[in-house]
Design a protein around this ligand. Structure first.
Ligand SMILES: [Zn+2]
Length: 436
């Protein structure tokens, strides 16, 4: 059998339905897809590969999926910390965005975020921000995979003047990336408190017609829910359900306030929850009941949120925090085990984005979106269980090789599609301007 690339890793965590862990196996890749997974001794006999990559001491995993971020906000990292959500948004983030966010801000901020994510083993991200056509272009140029949000809010910004214009621009973006191998789109109404009923209803209808996901912040804080109940007598979840948004295409982000009936409704409709533990901790937003959601059979993915509320786009760190917080919140040390945290950061994220037949696990026929981490480091030795080292001890500097669709985007820790020094100097120019 002929292959373009043969990757031989000491351990492979497949994240397949059985969570198989393979030792001393190889993966053959042709046309950007996983063509064979077999013991290395057999691969040497049967596969003629154009290139072979040897990874002793490395664990190979599916590319990580960051299921919620605002990539361009990387330029606002560290601008306003240690503040509650509404003060942070109204007094700092929104005024700064109003003054500075334009197409070039989004291009430079997205490039910084993409570089950070690739170097941390993230191969796909789900974005929500203004000027999504710029985000899509920068991401595609870097050879990264993303689901780009067709953002909708009620208020005017430099990007669009009305919810009608946001939706029209979203439809144009959908048309433009219809058959793109790396870029997909999703409707991204910002939140129940920033989008009114009529555009939300249109989004529900259009998501159905176009077969794309809906990505929305929901029940982020207790205040959000209480304010809605006081003003309209209805919880935001109930309102979205009434408007037709709760269903299998929904990726609802945060969900720190959940009643049993809402958890049951999520499970029954096949909706996904995107858990952002570090953003919730930093903004003191509350705790998503992850163990209860998983127990009910709800698909739970992981996101970093934007770099202004995290402050990094580190999904390895997010896995660890999710595993630790899940135990603390549920009072059970066996809640959110390492294997489950890895599933949340890979296959569950893919499922939340409607991409689970394409990415999220190492299985035959799937896209070769792969990440190799070198575990030969003092803090990941000795090695009893690779998944434990990965979730509870590994750091991003151990991500050495990253492939997306079989194309190598990180080689020996360095980017192949982006220029590190240029990306850093662009970020520094913005920092000097915004911080003055
Ligand atoms: Zn967010």
């Amino acid at each position: 059998m002929h292959a373009e690339l043969l990757i031989h890793a000491e351990w492979i965590l497949t994240v397949d339905p059985e969570n198989r862990q393979l030792t001393d196996h190889a993966i053959a890749i042709a046309d950007g897809r996983i063509q064979a997974i077999l013991p290395y001794a057999e691969a040497r006999r049967t596969i003629q590969a154009e290139q072979t990559v040897e990874l002793p001491g490395h664990v190979l995993i599916p590319g990580l999926v960051n299921a919620h971020t605002h990539a361009a906000m990387s330029l606002l990292r560290g601008l306003a910390d240690d503040l509650p959500l509404m003060t942070w948004l109204h007094e700092h983030i929104w005024p700064t965005e109003g003054r500075w966010v334009d197409a070039s801000f989004v291009a430079d901020g997205t490039r910084l975020a993409v570089l950070e994510m690739l170097r941390g083993g993230v191969t796909c991200y789900n974005d929500m921000y203004f000027h999504p056509e710029v985000t899509a272009q920068v991401t595609a140029e870097a050879g990264m995979r993303a689901v780009i949000g067709m953002i909708v809010v009620d208020f005017p910004t430099g990007y669009a003047a009305s919810s009608d214009e946001y939706i029209a621009k979203g439809l144009a973006l959908h048309e433009r990336y219809r058959d793109h191998p790396l870029i997909r789109v999703a409707w991204a109404p910002h939140a129940p408190y920033s989008v009114s009923d009529e555009p939300l209803q249109r989004v529900a209808t259009l998501a159905d017609e176009l077969g794309v996901p809906i990505h929305i912040h929901l029940h982020e804080t207790r205040d959000e829910v209480e304010n809605a109940v006081n003003a309209h007598g209805e919880r935001p979840f109930a309102r979205l359900d009434r408007l037709g948004l709760i269903g299998p295409s929904l990726a609802s982000v945060h969900m720190t306030q959940l009643e049993d009936a809402e958890i049951a409704r999520l499970a029954e409709t096949g909706a996904s929850v995107v858990h952002c533990p570090e953003s919730n901790l930093k903004l003191a937003s509350g705790f998503c009941p992850v163990a209860r959601l998983l127990e009910a059979g709800v698909n739970v993915a992981l996101g970093t949120d934007g770099a202004a509320s995290n402050n990094d786009l580190n999904l390895l760190g997010e896995m660890r925090t999710a595993a630790l917080l899940g135990k603390g919140v549920s009072g059970s040390a066996s809640a959110v085990p390492a294997t489950e945290a890895l599933r949340m950061a890979t296959i569950n994220g893919a499922r939340a984005l409607g991409l689970d037949s394409e990415i999220g696990s190492i299985e035959l026929g799937k896209s070769a979106d792969l990440v190799a981490l070198d575990l030969r480091d003092p803090h990941t030795q000795p090695l009893y269980h690779p998944v434990s080292q990965l979730v509870y001890a590994a750091g991003r500097h151990q991500v050495r090789q990253v492939w997306i669709q079989g194309q190598q985007v990180i080689r020996d820790g360095a980017p192949t599609t982006l220029h590190l020094a240029e990306v850093l100097s662009e970020a520094q120019v913005w920092g000097a301007r915004i911080g003055e």
